[in-house]
Design a protein. Structure first.
Length: 73
């Protein structure tokens, strides 16, 4: 016997009946009591932007090394 109302605990319920899942989420008492916080990093990036640009230009200036893996056979 196939039910027309999907079980909302079913992992595929969001694919079968997304409206019902979203309605259940909006009506959820437990979810409405959750507190949300936004966390932001307090430290600065380790690599400054200028150092990154200098490093990139140094790498670009290095000569290409030929691939010798085919000659090893």
């Amino acid at each position: 016997m196939l039910s027309t109302t999907p079980n909302l605990a079913d992992p595929f319920a969001m694919l079968i009946a997304p409206e019902q899942v979203m309605n259940a989420i909006e009506r959820s008492d437990r979810l409405s009591r959750l507190q949300s916080r936004v966390y932001r990093p307090l430290d600065r990036p380790w690599i400054p932007v200028k150092a990154t640009a200098d490093f990139d230009s140094e790498i670009d200036a290095e000569p290409e090394v030929p691939d010798l893996s085919d000659d090893a056979e």
